[in-house]
Design a protein around this ligand. Structure first.
Ligand SMILES: [Zn+2]
Length: 260
């Protein structure tokens, strides 16, 4: 029999929730989009929910009162709408969803919220700039699952359904990964204009003009071992972050000069 995990709201009961003062809420935010031919549409949500849950478990075990909210499964996919059943949630809709979640948490006295983002098209920073002045609590912050630890030390480059996502999926949800022999090479075309190619100028990409198999990055050398090593490193960092955030005094968030 599975024991409900008190730090996952979707598994918690009112009995446990009403006797716990949750200090930090974690909101995993994924996407529903094609991931080459070997990974499922839910990949970003599976990965971000797993990282959030595993990090929260460790933080909880060391005494931090954190709760992971159910993941939002739709992300910003305006550049992939010509790929069947990619589901887009516009940034303005995300902002409205986020505002309602924050308003609920504020009413319940949850002091801190961190968004755990697992999709490159999502960007919550401007939303937090707009939302935070409306609330004293919760303190709002966001983290990107793939920036906590530099993937370049572990994997070939690529930012969509490449070695990194494939390796982590092989570790956390191997039953959802098709044989890598079925996967496309994830070859991606770069912008002709130099500034866009170098990344100091930016424009959203028209996905089906960039890649034939929806992937960006070659997944075929992915391994569960490297996925595990990377996921462990990310969870280690994020669990520590959650503990620090839970313990933080919101009136005293900045170092004094001599500490820096
Ligand atoms: Zn992805």
């Amino acid at each position: 029999m599975m024991t409900p995990r008190s730090y996952l709201l979707a598994e918690a009961t009112w009995a446990s929730v009403r006797r716990t003062h949750f200090e930090v809420a974690v909101l995993p935010w994924g996407a529903t989009e094609a991931h080459n031919t070997h990974l499922p549409y839910g990949t970003d949500t599976v990965l971000t929910a797993w990282i959030a849950a595993e990090s929260a478990r460790r933080a909880w075990d060391s005494g931090a009162r954190v709760v992971v909210l159910p993941a939002v499964r739709f992300g910003v996919n305006t550049g992939q709408l010509d790929i069947p059943l990619t589901i887009n949630m516009n940034p303005s809709t995300q902002a409205a969803v986020l505002a309602d979640i924050v308003a609920s948490l504020a009413g319940h006295g949850v002091a801190k919220l961190v968004i755990c983002n697992g999709h490159g098209g999502n960007d919550f920073r401007q939303m937090l700039r707009e939302l935070q002045p409306r609330y004293q609590r919760p303190f709002l912050c966001t983290m990107n699952c793939y920036r906590a630890v530099d993937p370049d030390a572990y994997f070939l480059p690529g930012d969509h359904a490449g070695e990194m996502e494939t390796s982590i999926m092989l570790h956390v949800a191997p039953a959802l990964v098709r044989p890598l022999a079925e996967a496309g090479a994830g070859a991606a075309k770069r912008f002709r204009i130099r500034g866009l190619r170098e990344g100091w100028a930016w424009a959203p990409r028209a996905w089906t003009r960039v890649t034939e198999d929806t992937g960006v990055g070659d997944p075929r050398g992915a391994t569960a071992e490297r996925g595990k090593a990377y996921a462990e490193a990310v969870v280690e960092r994020f669990a520590t972050f959650l503990q620090e955030l839970a313990a933080a005094d919101l009136e005293d968030m900045y170092e004094t000069r001599d500490e820096g």
